[in-house]
Design a protein around this ligand. Structure first.
Ligand code: ADP
Length: 362
């Protein structure tokens, strides 16, 4: 029986090693304290080491010294809490260059539930990161290049509009107006794209001062009401309330939420915008009675380029960046944004902003 059991264990070990040596990832096993006792062949190939050179805590010598303390801290925390570990960090290859790896480790328990080992993998994501960077750079360049001719087109349409008005050419003037409104749409789209690229690089500039939040909400509603023939924007806005922040960026958020409310509630006639104030801050709520959002989508819609893609949504144009920009601005202003929604009944987007976010962050 003992011989059989030993043969079984050896067979299992062989099978495990064959599998671990044939995956493209680097893989390893550590003891419960985090000291590594075994690596797969990929690890040895990548680091150019043999078995003796890698045991125990030698893995630290393949890390970027600047990043190592953070890695050790996270690894020790995982060991102490027995929670799975996940982190992206660079590892030095045999040729001396660093590549980025996504590293995951999971605890292995014995029959009593005690952690006896950790099983870890490192996946090379250098190419993926490089592609992401290229995509971001391309987006930044494309939106920047598109903006220049568009600004010129806009200037010319204004001149042509003036000339047509002088000549009293009402037919052409009405066409020109339509062209102007499309040029404005295009400008907004490109400016949104530019904002996203600046946000990614942390380069979006915030010009902050005290301003009357409720007056700003009223101003945006008035403007939006003029451009929307389909919906009546009802409002319940309180008296003057001064908050600290970038009023242009916050008005961009209000504009975006009202535009979405109108866009995603075809066939209905009303949007309700309200504000509430308490000692800590202000809450803005934008309610529509439109198509609504499934519970499982409600968090994802604030992600970059995320659009709900079921058949009810296909007819709505958009790039899925409006709410991402809103969330980014509101977070930077120390606030919160969230949504309550029921399919077929409508959605209410809420924004909470502190009176002065400098007090909240510090
Ligand atoms: P876009 O509207 O350009 O697709 P957004 O970032 O503004 O991008 O919105 C992301 C997604 O969230 C939309 O594609 C839509 O599915 C959903 N959404 C946003 N606002 C509403 C709303 N008021 N009602 C229903 N769905 C909405």
């Amino acid at each position: 029986e003992q011989v059989l059991s030993r043969k079984n264990t050896e067979e299992l070990k062989d099978r495990f090693e064959t599998m671990a040596n044939n995956i493209p990832n680097l893989a390893w096993i550590s003891d419960a304290e985090g000291s590594i006792s075994w690596y797969n062949d990929r690890w040895h190939e990548y680091t150019g080491t043999n078995k003796e050179q890698s045991d125990g805590w030698a893995w630290q010598s393949f890390h970027d010294p600047k990043r190592l303390p953070a890695v050790v801290e996270r690894w020790q925390k995982a060991i102490a809490t027995e929670e799975p570990f996940e982190m992206v960090f660079p590892l030095k290859g045999a040729d001396g260059t660093f590549r980025q790896f996504l590293t995951r480790a999971a605890p292995i328990h014995d029959e009593e539930g005690k952690v006896i080992q950790w099983l870890g993998t490192n996946t090379d994501i250098t190419k993926q990161k490089e592609m992401e960077r290229m995509k971001d750079d391309f987006m930044a360049m494309a939106s920047h290049e598109l903006k220049t001719p568009l600004t010129t087109i806009k200037a010319y349409t204004q001149i042509v509009e003036m000339n047509l008005r002088e000549k009293n050419d009402t037919d052409s003037l009405s066409l020109m107006k339509r062209m102007n409104s499309q040029v404005n749409k295009l400008t907004t789209l490109i400016e949104d794209l530019l904002d996203v690229t600046k946000m990614q690089k942390g380069k979006l500039i915030y010009n902050e001062d005290f301003f009357d939040f409720n007056a700003l909400v009223r101003e945006v509603i008035d403007y939006m009401q003029k451009t929307s023939g389909s919906h009546k924007i009802k409002s319940k806005i309180g008296g003057a309330i001064s908050i600290f922040g970038d009023n242009n960026k916050i008005s961009q958020v209000i504009d975006n939420l009202i535009s979405n409310a109108i866009k995603y509630s075809p066939g209905t006639k009303e949007i309700v915008v309200s504000t509430h104030t308490n000692e800590e801050g202000v809450i803005l709520s934008v309610q529509d009675f439109g198509i609504g959002i499934l519970a499982k989508e409600q968090k994802k819609i604030f992600n970059q380029f995320y659009r709900v893609s079921d058949e009810r949504q296909i007819t709505f144009p958009g790039m899925g960046i409006g709410l991402y920009i809103c969330a980014e601005i509101i977070n930077r202003q120390g606030g919160k944004i969230w949504v309550d929604s029921k399919i077929g009944k409508g959605s209410t987007f809420h924004v909470w902003l502190p009176i002065d976010h400098r007090n909240v962050i510090e």
